[in-house]
Design a protein around this ligand. Sequence first.
Ligand SMILES: Cc1cc2nc3c(=O)[nH]c(=O)nc-3n(C[C@H](O)[C@H](O)[C@H](O)COP(=O)(O)OP(=O)(O)OC[C@H]3O[C@@H](n4cnc5c(N)ncnc54)[C@H](O)[C@@H]3O)c2cc1C
Length: 377
Amino acid sequence: MATPLRVLIHGGGIGGLTLATALARHGHTVEVAELRDELDALGVGIIQPSNALHVMREIGVLDDCLKAGFEWEVLTIADPAGNTLAEIPQPRMGDAPSNNGIPRPALAQVLGAAATSAGATIRFGTTITELSDDGEGVDVVLSDGSAGRWDLVVGFDGIGSPLRTRLYGDRYVPEYTGFANWRVTMPRQEQVRGVVMGTAGQAAKALLTPITDELMYLGAVFAESEDFRPDAEKAHEQLKERLAMFSGPVAEALAAVTGPEAVVYSRISQVTVEEPWHVGRVVLAGDAAHASTPHIAQGAAMAVEDALVLAESLEADADVAAALDTWEARRRPRAMWVQAMSRAVLKQETGGETTPEEDELLKVGIPGAAHVLVQPY
Ligand SMILES: Cc1cc2nc3c(=O)[nH]c(=O)nc-3n(C[C@H](O)[C@H](O)[C@H](O)COP(=O)(O)OP(=O)(O)OC[C@H]3O[C@@H](n4cnc5c(N)ncnc54)[C@H](O)[C@@H]3O)c2cc1C
């Protein structure tokens, strides 16, 4: 094992907790400073594709994820009435399962428990207030008044990353794509045993995703002005208007949504840090470095891959700077590919003008992307 390091992770989301687990299992001293007061997450679901499940196996939580979620293998494309147009089996990475839908709060619980039992400490309601890197270590003051010196500070603090602003000023700010995602969690329909993508061409697309035996979520993306917010009293009616061209399972699912409170609305933004992702001994990873649109459901998968490869790189090279270079050389091309593919699919689905490079990516498409991403990285 490499010399044990003292690592502070800023952000205890999907990537941060995965890194905490991977590093603590290697014997490093790990603390996570998480702004929220407890381990919760937006009450919707998320898809863990096979490459993410491969990481979950590596950090020892695959079975817990599968137990808390709904494992599936076939992507179904359907017309607006729900008639099946195609059934596309999804690939596996090695012998990892193909896909798992899981409620985000359940995933947070699984990862938090894994990090803690591996020996990491999570400090809730805490953030970095002061940071100074002298090349040999990083002195940090946290908002709870504690201070410490760390060999490495990792910013897994999400798309709005305060650490990114600290490192790069306002050179990289999230850019709104002009589109937003509407999601509603609801009882799972018996026939929804994998993602069912109902498509009305460029007018709309609605996804039904199983996340437990009992639950699924309906997700749909629409062009929305940046300042639009759903009406607090009738968000469910606004979603129904947008999906009015659907009958069959989507309409049936929507009919069960009788109030606005279940509707979760998220604007879709993206950001890329073009400069190196580390400045001295402070490094950015996951959405903080490279947030994508969710069009191929790979953002969190990239975050957990970032985490695993960072732990591997620190294990392989005792020199932190060299390990960070190796890590970024492995991660940047793949994360950038996912970002470019996600953006190309967004444009394709919404009738946006694509570049020649995006046209090439679209020849690969969503099913092809899944095959690319189960290759070793
Ligand atoms: C609509 C939508 C659907 C998506 N669906 C999928 C999907 O199906 N599959 C998939 O793989 N990806 C999906 N994604 C992408 C995925 O959610 C993100 O890529 C993933 O959560 C990034 O992980 P992260 O750890 O980098 O950041 P996050 O999970 O965002 O975690 C960041 C953490 O940092 C904390 N934090 C923030 N500021 C501070 C601070 N100042 N101090 C301390 N802590 C702080 C936050 O509280 C949070 O816990 C989707 C995204 C969207 C918007």
